[in-house]
Write a protein that binds this ligand. Structure first.
Ligand SMILES: Nc1ncnc2c1ncn2[C@@H]1O[C@H](COP(=O)(O)OP(=O)(O)OP(=O)(O)O)[C@@H](O)[C@H]1O
Length: 729
């Protein structure tokens, strides 16, 4: 079902629309109903019969016939503004009275749970941010009663003064409680009890961020003159928790995809970034895996497209076709108006380049990767030699030549030996002497000539061809949004730059340098894309549990990554909002045993009710993927096959996992001889600097793979475990 369709169950709500404009509207504005963030997943899980009863209750809200609503106050409630509403015999809705006869439907729960929830919760207004917050007052009281106080030397927040807590929006009555906390586990046990925003601040402080940096994260949102009694104003300031719905059509569109909470509720930083009126030039949004970069990019695309006249376009592009397809699917759910959707062109950079060149009338044939492999092998065989550190005469590897071509020659558009001789080789390891450069140039030129002779182009060459065409044509887009920007080649950036006229809101770029899994080290400044003063960082991981994230970050080994803006990126404050099981690492004696264990594990997930498409299996090499696909299929486990269009468990290389996510993920074949992949490493003898870089890239690849898991992560190896695994070596 598309967003624009109204589900049957909500027709009743729509039917009352004329009534809305009578009872609760000013002028011809429709009635406003607010829903809480938790309501959506709660609604999604209800049986259809109960959903209908909820819809009926909502329509009564819309009619504003309070008499028919049976809003009940509860005796012993910690908050005088909480009510419950009868949905049916078994379920009750939790409703918050916001004042001025406005109500927010916060959750729907079985009767007893609803009562327990309603009596224990309290809604308050954050005195610094002015937002509406919920706390589990009964849970907090229990914590204070039962939790032992940490010894003074172990206290987690000893470095934070009371004044600083208050400045960061922490409620004063909570401070004595925070003073007794000594461990992250204790803080975690307050998850769901403390107000979410305050817990976020506390987690930031506990993760080692200095007070000043935590302050910097919230400073933009601090408001002055907060009235802590005014719940309605506070609710309007809290779009990440409370959404005011203009009427039945908007509500129907939201409820059509109740699991997609991201469509309606954004983290304040995501919202600030996505809905900023104007960036005076290119803006860069960084944030590591799962922080909602794609979500933010999608919201920005819709925000910008809504303001465009028909005929003008936003380009939303990314690294691969599979990622572009995924963007298109998500966009379809976010942009409910067809006219707005039609203004957003979603396409991968490679396909875009191909289409621009093909449209120019040129016959284009893209070189297959096997053809390129053979070409560079031949070039290496005939090519330069050098003395390695052991004093042996060695040929330069095909991988070296190919990378030199991609990252130096094509990156800088070098067309002559003279230009190549003087060109910087940043990020390419050890220097080459002039004589070596001549030899390398000869080998590269020969390979290039061979490609031209066969009338073949690579995607990188096509990007440059397309950039040249674009530079001589009127810019076809008003705005360009780029996801997974960390892996684009300079030629692709040149193309994107040429597709939009420089100016306000021209480019909106999303990238994570820790997920760079190809060799492109790009400086946007050098490509004429100046983002200084317009970079923002997202830090809250919405995908992965704390436990999975903890393991994944350890894989990176603490090495800093340089961002597209030439600045060292940091993972400080990077944190998850959910908890789950500890990832499991299973050692087997043989590959067969590892396969058996995998079949059993995936089978168990499916038996537990996990949908096949929510299960992923990743491995380092294509060959392993091939074998895994076979053995899972033989075990009657459905495996997704894009060519045949069949759904199932996704088995793919770590590279192909980029940008995806799975409820349960198995990463297998994590053996020393497989990861790091020997073929992906320059030998330390050939070039120690390049060796280190290659190793880091393999770490990033493993990081990308592990952070695809949402709830459950299973790892296995047979034989010696990969040295990149951080666990118990
Ligand atoms: N505000 C939000 N509320 C609920 N879920 C969210 C929110 N923001 C992001 N998510 C969810 O978190 C997950 C990760 O989001 P997204 O894919 O946008 O992150 P990303 O930074 O692009 O990740 P990666 O770089 O790892 O591909 C998705 O399932 C997304 O729906």
């Amino acid at each position: 079902m598309t967003n624009t369709a109204i589900p049957d169950r909500l027709m009743a709500v729509q039917a009352v629309r004329p009534v809305l404009s009578g009872a609760v509207t000013t002028g011809d504005r429709m009635a406003e109903l607010a829903i809480g963030r938790e309501f959506l997943p709660a609604y999604a899980k209800l049986q259809r019969r109960v959903q209908r009863a909820v819809d009926a209750a909502i329509s009564k809200f819309a009619e504003h016939t309070h008499a028919g609503l049976h809003l009940e106050k509860l005796t012993g409630a910690r908050d005088p503004n909480i009510r419950t509403i009868r949905i049916d015999q078994f379920y009750r809705g939790i409703v918050l009275s916001l004042g001025q006869q406005k109500y927010a439907l916060l959750d729907v729960l079985p009767h007893d749970d609803a009562i327990a929830f309603a009596v224990s919760r309290r809604f308050t207004v954050n005195h610094a941010l002015g937002v509406l917050e919920m706390r589990d007052q009964a849970g907090i009281e229990e914590f204070a009663r039962t939790e032992p106080s940490a010894s003074p030397s172990d206290r987690l927040f000893d470095h934070v003064s009371t004044a600083e807590f208050v400045r960061l929006g922490v409620d004063e009555d909570l401070i004595p409680l925070l003073r007794i906390i000594g461990t992250d586990q204790q803080l975690d046990s307050l998850d769901g009890r403390l107000p979410e925003m305050q817990l976020d601040v506390l987690r930031g402080l506990a993760s080692g961020l200095p007070v000043q940096e935590v302050w910097a994260e919230i400073a933009d949102r601090v408001v002055s003159g907060v009235d802590t009694e005014d719940l309605l104003t506070a609710a309007r300031r809290t779009p990440e928790r409370i959404a005011f719905v203009s009427g039945p059509v908007e509500l129907a569109a939201i409820l059509a995809h109740p699991f997609d909470v991201w469509r309606t509720f954004l983290h304040p930083t995501q919202r600030d970034v996505a809905y900023r009126e104007t960036y005076s030039g290119p803006a860069l949004v960084t944030g590591s895996a799962g922080t909602g970069k794609t979500v933010t990019g999608l919201h920005r695309a819709v925000f910008l497209a809504k303001r465009l006249p028909d005929g003008e376009k936003v380009l939303l592009t990314t690294f691969t076709r599979a990622l572009a397809d995924s963007l298109a699917r998500q966009l379809h759910r976010l942009a409910t108006e067809p006219a707005v959707r039609a203004r957003i062109h979603v396409i991968s950079v490679d396909k875009l380049a191909y289409e621009i060149v093909a449209r120019g009338g040129k016959k284009v044939a893209v070189a297959e990767s096997e053809v390129l492999d053979r070409l560079w092998e031949a070039a290496a065989k005939a090519g330069p030699t050098y003395l390695n550190r052991a004093g042996q005469v060695t040929t330069v590897s095909s991988a070296f030549l190919r990378r030199e071509w991609e990252q130096v020659v094509l990156a800088q558009q070098l067309t002559s030996l003279e230009a190549y001789r003087d060109a910087p080789r940043k990020g390419r390891g050890e220097g080459l002497r002039a004589a070596q450069r001549e030899q390398v140039w000869a080998a590269i030129s020969a390979a290039e000539r061979e490609l031209t002779k066969r009338r073949l182009r690579t995607h990188t060459q096509l990007a440059d061809d397309a950039a040249t065409i674009a530079r001589h044509s009127p810019a076809p887009y008003r705005h360009v949004i780029v996801d997974e920007g960390q892996d684009l080649h300079p030629a692709q950036w040149r193309l994107l730059r040429a597709l939009v006229a420089p100016g306000p809101n021209d480019m909106f770029l999303l990238a994570d340098p820790y997920q760079r899994i190809y060799d492109n080290h790009v400086s946007l400044t050098q490509l004429g894309i100046q983002v200084r003063g317009r970079t923002r960082r997202l830090t809250v991981n919405y995908r992965t549990t704390h436990e999975i994230l903890d393991l994944s970050v350890k894989v990176l080994n603490g090495d800093a990554a340089i961002g597209l803006d030439d600045q060292g990126d940091t993972l400080r404050g990077y944190r998850s909002i959910t908890r789950g099981g500890v990832p499991e690492l299973v050692a087997q004696n043989s590959r067969d045993a590892e396969h058996e264990a995998l079949i059993e594990r995936v089978g168990t997930w499916l038996e537990q009710g996990v949908e096949p498409h929510a299960v992923g299996v990743a491995a380092r090499t294509g060959q392993l993927v091939h074998t895994l696909t076979r053995i899972l299929t033989e075990a009657h486990i459905p495996v997704a096959d894009d060519k045949r269009g069949t759904d199932g468990v996704r088995v793919a290389t770590m590279h192909r996992m980029k940008g995806l996510e799975f409820q349960c993920l198995a990463v297998v074949g994590l053996d020393a001889g497989v990861l790091p992949a020997p073929h992906a490493l320059t030998s330390a003898a050939e070039d120690p600097h390049a060796h280190r870089q290659d190793l880091q890239r393999e770490r990033c690849l493993l990081f990308v793979a592990l952070t695809r898991a949402r709830d459950v992560l299973y790892l296995s190896h047979s034989g010696t475990p990969s040295p990149l695994l951080p666990v118990r070596r």
